[in-house]
Design a protein around this ligand. Sequence first.
Ligand code: PHB
Length: 406
Amino acid sequence: MPQIPRDERKTVDADVGIIGAGPAGLMLAHLLRRSGLRVVAIDHRGAEEIHRTHRAGILEHESVRMLAEPDLGSRVLTDGHLHDGIDLRFGRRSHRIDFQELVGESVWLYPQNEVFWDLARAAEHHRMDVRYGVADASAFDVATDHPGIRFTDSDGSAREIRCRYVVGADGSKSATRGLIPREIRRDYFAEYPFAWFGILAETPPSAPELIYAQSPRGFALISQRSDTVQRLYFQCDPATDPADWSQDQIWEELQARIDGPDGMTLRRGPIIESTVLKFRSFVCDPMRYHRLYLAGDAAHTVPPTGAKGLNLALADVRVLAPALIRAVRDGDETLLGEYSETALSRVWKAQNFSYWMTTMLHTAPGETEFATARRLGELRAVTESPHGRAYLAEQYTGWPFHPTVS
Ligand code: PHB
């Protein structure tokens, strides 16, 4: 990606300095740019590296609305795929959840790395100050009215951003989160005794919609990336080494988890990537400390079941941006004062949804026969009732935004 011409001064003045130029940091930067705020965003990773990071691929309708703006390229509308429902597969057959019929909404399949790419390209187009490949980034004086960020630029020179507000959008291993003192910060964790074995395969989709499959061998998810690439996952032990699995074994395992009398068959093809994804739920409360605000994975992570991670990050910045704009323009911090509570109220709904989908569909190691039979009862209770299906559909497609946000 071509470099933006650099300001040679060692100190850069900005209204908002953002640590982390992934989807959360970049979307925030765009929202602030539209209102004329001066923004600098930095990331220790290179743009190509972020672009290669494969994450979930489902966007809620509100996320799509944010990305579909013409100044961001609107590629989601041309290259994304609209999905009106999903299949929950258990008892060896599929049970469709029809989002459109149930709640009048849909989701879009559009991978997170493409979201990042669109935002990064638009940042370049609008000549925004986004710096990749920086080192030693750290925020300072966040409890004063003049905070800042120090870092080493990719050319090795020491830099400082002097700003009015600092945003930590620096991912699940966030260093900025550590600036919120332990006495006022509460960290919530949940661990899960399983992981996902995820693959990318060069084959057209096996099914028109996503399939979330529960089977005696454990969970599997049949997803997609494009007309020529599939994304599939199966539940595995967290200690699994992908190198121990041959391509045939992977396909056999996936097929075994979706087998049924309807003859559903996966389209097999070369596996071009395989990884093991660990499961974790995490929430940091509060998401602010004086002039420091956290957004996205820096403040919360969810297990991948239900694909809420990116959607939550975009929801955070959608609340944070108008609050920062009002504070910078009018000196009014009322909305900023509400940010953490507003964002966390959605975060906990998403935590609940991700936990619910995960525990309903996965087999815990050593699970009792009672527990398995109960989960099947839960799946039937959800799929056999229009209220149950609507409950799932409403959460999967995403909640409307907080009423104070336009
Ligand atoms: C994906 O396509 O990577 C994906 C989709 C839905 C999920 C999780 C992951 O719930």
